[in-house]
Design a binder for this molecule. Structure first.
Ligand code: THU
Length: 136
């Protein structure tokens, strides 16, 4: 059902911890803005990602899309939630490109954004990307 929370607090905290750990490995020498993401599958598995920057700045890979890539590679396509950890206030939400990529798989994804101080803001993907692009 749209707008209904799918994960409990214990699971949310686990997902946040995984995203925080992923953020530690972020390669962000150009922006110094590290991002960690952890994507929860419907079956309870977690796939993480961090941002990977490049001297050719436009080649930078976002944490969220790296997490999606890891999950897809493992054969997973149904997702419940993603936690995103940054050192930002308010905690950063996924960029437009990541919203579109996440929406390919679950428009009702729960999005948990957290910063290092523990400030947390939760969203539903459908609220962050209304009227998304769909190829008919
Ligand atoms: N970044 C992400 O990893 N995810 C987002 O949704 C927004 C931006 C990264 C890209 C770049 O390495 C850094 O954050 C600054 O934009």
């Amino acid at each position: 059902m749209p707008g209904t929370k799918k994960i409990d607090e214990f699971t949310a905290e686990k997902l946040i911890a995984e995203a925080k750990a992923a953020r530690e490995n972020a390669y962000a020498p150009y922006s110094n803005f590290k991002v960690g993401a952890a994507l929860l599958t419907e079956g309870g598995k977690i796939f993480s990602g961090c941002n990977v920057e490049n001297a050719s700045l436009g080649l930078t890979l976002c944490a969220e899309r790296n997490a999606v890539g890891a999950a897809i590679l493992a054969g997973e396509r149904q997702f419940k939630a993603i936690a995103i950890v940054t050192d930002d206030e308010p905690p950063a939400t996924p960029c437009g490109a990541c919203r579109q990529v996440l929406a390919e798989f679950s428009q009702e994804l729960e999005i948990i954004t957290v910063n290092l101080e523990g400030h947390r803001l939760d969203f539903f993907l459908s609220d962050l990307i209304p009227h998304l692009y769909e190829l008919k």
